[in-house]
Every structure is written in structure tokens, then in C-alpha cells.
Design a protein around this ligand. Structure first.
Ligand SMILES: C[S@@+](CC[C@H](N)C(=O)[O-])C[C@H]1O[C@@H](n2cnc3c(N)ncnc32)[C@H](O)[C@@H]1O
Length: 212
């Protein structure tokens, strides 16, 4: 559990169903006090400096459009773990929820819940110990033919006159052929692509552990 409290209001007393007891639930990003001034200036901006065409997302936790579910299907590659499902139909191209966690310098390669936020100032979000429902989103490989959601940059209202640059989870757009126009159906698992790098790094560390 990180020691720093840049955003005391980040923790929510209300948690979603099936939220694990040993993890803290966030309603806003939790910023490390060790962030450099350069990084803070890059990722936290004044409300009035956000371009007017941009949508600023307000905290809305817990997120009603999703549900955390324990996987109990032997054919699912993450059987016994958790998944995030759509609790209702979510239209193509729409915002689902922010990916919240501990916002810090560097990349914690040991974390399975780490996403880069701003490479220029070397800042990432780690949801391994604190986070929200988005930390339960699995990679599509071995589960579906393709992902149905993706990460995009968002602006998140920190409710103190400032706005944080953050990562949001969105339903994929309909696509040129309209193949994905239906969006994500109620009860379907929300799946992104972690990228080949995520799995390559894990294969390397498994190979190193098992040896020749
Ligand atoms: C961000 S977590 C996703 C949530 C995770 N299932 C849980 O219950 O905490 C990433 C981890 O989930 C598992 N995972 C996600 N997608 C997977 C997939 N397609 N196949 C196998 N394991 C997967 C892996 O253990 C991975 O390290």
C-alpha cells in the first residue's frame, strides 16, 4: 500500500460487488508524492486549460455498467481468477470506466496491473494494490477472437479545480464495415489487448525460471 496521499478523497467507502477485501477501491487516481514537478505539470492540469472539445470525466464509482465476476469455466485461460463483464448493453465507441490506480514514476515490471500513462515523463498507473473495476479486465487471447474494448487517453476531474490525464476503457468503435456496431452485450466479458509485449515478458520470465 503506497504511503503518499496526494489525493485524500481518492478512496471510496462504497465498493462494487465482489471487490476483494485485501485491495483498496479508488474513485479517483492516487498520485505518488514522489512525482517530479515536471511529471505533475504534465499530467495534472488546471480545469480551464483543458481544451473545450475534450470531455472531462467525473468520478462515478462504483460503475453500474460493469460487474466483477469470478471465472469458473475450465476452458477460460484465467479460470479461478476474476473477469469484468458488461452488466448492461454498452454501445460501440462509448466510455466504460477509467483505469484507476497508483500513479507513479517508472514501470513496475513485476505488476500484472501496470499501464503506462505518459512515457515522456515516465509515469505509469499500477492497480495491483489499489484500483477500481478496470483492474479485472482480461486480455482477449484464448478467450475471444478479438478484443471488444481498448484503452484511450481521457481527462479525469480531480474535483479541486484540476484535471488529471488518465487512461479510460472504451468499447471499440463500430469499424469501417460496421462489424462491431453492436457494442458489448449484457453479460459479455470486457476484453482488451494487453499487447504482445505483456505476454513476451511473462514467457521470458517463465523460461528463465524453468531453465533449459
Ligand atoms: C490485469 S489482471 C486481469 C484480472 C485478473 N484475471 C484478476 O482476476 O486479477 C492480468 C492477469 O490476468 C490473467 N489474464 C488476463 N488475461 C488472460 C488471458 N487471456 N489468458 C490467461 N490469463 C489471463 C493473467 O494472470 C494476467 O497476469
Amino acid at each position: 500500500m503506497p504511503e503518499d496521499k496526494r489525493t485524500p478523497a481518492a478512496f471510496s467507502p462504497v465498493t462494487p460487488k465482489n471487490w476483494p477485501k485485501d485491495r483498496l477501491y479508488l474513485r479517483a487516481p492516487y498520485y505518488s508524492k514522489s512525482l517530479s514537478n515536471e511529471a505533475s505539470t504534465a499530467i495534472i492540469v488546471k480545469r480551464e486549460d483543458v481544451p473545450s472539445k475534450e470531455i472531462v470525466r467525473k468520478p462515478a464509482a462504483p460503475y453500474k455498467q460493469v460487474s466483477i465476476t469470478e471465472i469458473s469455466s475450465p476452458s477460460h485461460p484465467a479460470n479461478g481468477q476474476h473477469a469484468l463483464l458488461a452488466a448492461q448493453h454498452i454501445p460501440a465507441d462509448s466510455f466504460i470506466l477509467p483505469y484507476l490506480g497508483f500513479v507513479h514514476h517508472g514501470l513496475n515490471e513485476n505488476s500484472d496491473h501496470e499501464i503506462s500513462l505518459d512515457r515522456d515523463v515516465d509515469v505509469a498507473v499500477d492497480a495491483s494494490k489499489i484500483g477500481n473495476e478496470a483492474r479485472f479486465i482480461n486480455d482477449y487471447r484464448g478467450i475471444a477472437e478479438r478484443p471488444n474494448a481498448e484503452f484511450r487517453d481521457i481527462f479525469f476531474d480531480l474535483q479541486d479545480g484540476t484535471v488529471g490525464k488518465a487512461i479510460g476503457v472504451f468499447v471499440l468503435s463500430a469499424g469501417k464495415s460496421g462489424k462491431r456496431a453492436k457494442g458489448i452485450g449484457k453479460g459479455q466479458e470486457i476484453l482488451v489487448s494487453y499487447g504482445k509485449g505483456f505476454w513476451a515478458a511473462r514467457k521470458q520470465s517463465t523460461d528463465a525460471q524453468t531453465g533449459p
